[in-house]
Design a protein around this ligand. Structure first.
Ligand code: C2O
Ligand code: CU
Ligand code: CU
Length: 517
């Protein structure tokens, strides 16, 4: 049986962790609950590594691995044989030591996206290159005041980033702290979903890149949530599910909605909000994370005798823009690369794959032991201090340019990436305000990501943001101008900022920032 086979290849070693988590579900006796338990046990939950006595210590290997993806063998790039890779969990003040071995045929490295740690040495250093066959030990410590939150790790060796992430390399990195101790949050059951699309050829290999698809930002036709197609999850009836979401796709946007439920947003990229914010829809662009609470009370009023149903987490259509005037017929002439178009990525249409149909990403059912009292939401979370006025301002323009004889260039302030050029120097301990402008009104959206420090969005096209939040990745739509404020307070050294459509990053939409002590 295919699914058994799947379990045996990809869940080995993770079984015990997983069984502990779902014992509540699997002891129940109704058919509904059995279905839930079954789908849970078929889940390829990644291994979890948790710090003990202040140390998170593990071996991590990147290699090709054939795993079962949606009932078919797929040869992907995996961390420790798993897609997504193991989930790492630590606390503020902990030391993290990762003996990383590269068993891929190309160089790679590891970026700890969103973690507030050093950007140099053997910490979050994107300029490192770990060669094939080489082992490199990452070691860093999380500051004592590191916020709780949902972070992630993925390769960041320029020239190989997009292909390696597209092929499956990424994993959650969770920091647990004060947010996790808020009683209502602590009482919630917890689930993790890494949203990731794949494009496979007939042999189950990652499809070779099509030139036009790369310019649009590749999207795969097979959309997964933590390595599964439409997995089942449970929401405690009358209780709360804390869902941690990551967009681990290189280009695809997710416009999320849960049928008949609103979501309470409690955390963004950099950690907790001051208080939950109710949302009906949540747009998650590549690199972004969000934590939401979902209450198992459907649309029913408390008095009503509710029949538990199933509710889908949907991905709604979204148009992330095209090549504007470059689209339509002129595209045909530019399609000179391999000349074929991949399934689900028809680049002759002016719409990218995301503007297509609504897709279920996961399905929720209620666990069958309803609490008598409906769970209350936390009134307050972790206060966010607005950043003080900026000491310096800058403007960064995101743009796509047609270069004579060279095709399309993806630029930041008219330049494509060079590792040898420092684009911005910032003195440590300053607050800056950046105007991030996507100057191509009719062209593509770009998710802007900064490594050096977390930021707060002040306004979009002059409209103040409705609530403060810590971000490291933010969508800048075609024609839009954002103002963000950044306090470069902790870590000097060089790092980068870039478009998190990783195909665009590879095409040059990245720059170097040097924070100087
Ligand atoms: Cu998630 Cu520079 O990347
Ligand atoms: Cu990053
Ligand atoms: Cu982009």
């Amino acid at each position: 049986m295919k699914r058994r086979h799947f379990l045996s290849i990809s869940a080995a070693g993770a079984g015990s962790v997983f069984l502990a988590q779902c014992s509540r579900v699997s002891t129940s006796s109704t058919n509904e609950a059995q279905k839930v338990a079954q789908s849970f046990s078929q889940k390829s939950l990644p291994a979890v590594y948790t710090s003990t006595d202040g140390l998170l210590d593990l071996d991590l290997e990147a290699s090709y691995k054939t795993i079962n993806l949606n009932g078919k063998p797929a040869t992907l790039m995996a961390y420790n044989g798993q897609v997504p890779g193991p989930r790492l969990e630590a606390r503020p003040g902990d030391t993290v030591r990762i003996r990383f071995t590269n068993n891929l045929p190309d160089p790679t490295n590891i970026h700890y996206h969103g973690l507030n740690i050093s950007h140099s040495g053997n910490a979050d250093n994107v300029f490192l290159s770990v060669q094939p066959g080489e082992t490199f030990t990452y070691e860093f410590s999380l500051p004592e005041d590191h916020p709780a939150g949902t972070f992630w790790y993925h390769p960041h060796r320029h020239g190989f980033v997009a292909n390696q992430v597209f092929a499956g390399l990424s994993g959650f990195f969770v920091v647990r702290s004060d947010l996790d101790e808020i009683p209502e949050v602590k009482a919630a059951s917890e689930a993790f979903l890494a949203l990731k699309d794949f494009q496979l050829d007939d042999e189950g290999n990652i499809a070779s890149p099509d030139r036009m698809a790369v310019m649009m930002g590749r999207e795969g036709a097979l959309v997964t949530a933590s390595g599964q197609v439409n997995p089942s999850l449970s929401i405690p009836a009358n209780g709360l599910l804390r869902l941690r979401l990551l967009n681990a796709s290189i280009s695809r946007f997710y416009r999320l909605q849960v049928e008949q439920h609103s979501m309470q947003l409690i955390a963004t990229d950099g950690g907790a909000l001051s208080a939950p914010v109710e949302v009906k829809e949540l747009l998650l662009v590549p690199g972004e994370r969000a934590e939401v609470l979902i209450r198992g009370d459907g649309e029913a009023s408390p008095q009503e005798n509710r029949t538990p149903g199933s509710y889908r987490l949907l991905n709604l259509p979204y148009d992330r823009g095209g090549m504007g005037m470059m689209g339509g017929n002129s595209m045909g002439g530019m399609q000179m690369g391999e000349g074929h178009s991949m399934g689900g990525m028809d680049m002759n249409s002016s719409d990218p794959a995301t503007s297509g149909e609504t897709l279920p990403l996961a399905t929720f059912t209620y666990s069958d032991s309803p609490q008598n009292e409906i769970a209350v939401l936390p009134a307050q979370l972790i206060p966010i201090e607005p950043l003080p006025a900026a000491q310096n301002t800058r403007r960064i323009e995101l743009s796509m340019r047609m270069l004579f004889m060279r095709g399309m260039a993806f630029t930041l302030n008219d330049k494509t990436y060079s590792e040898d050029r420092t684009d911005i120097q910032v003195p440590l301990n300053t607050v800056e305000e950046w105007e991030i402008a996507n100057v191509d009104a009719d062209m593509m959206d770009h998710p802007f990501h900064l490594h050096a420090a977390p930021f707060q969005v002040i306004s979009r096209n002059g409209q103040p943001e409705p609530y403060p939040a810590w971000k490291d990745t933010v969508l800048v739509r075609g024609g839009e101008t954002l103002r963000i404020r950044i306090h470069f307070k902790d870590f000097p050294g060089k790092s980068v900022y870039h478009c998190h459509i990783l195909d665009h990053e590879e095409l040059g939409m990245m720059s170097v920032i040097d924070v100087q002590a």
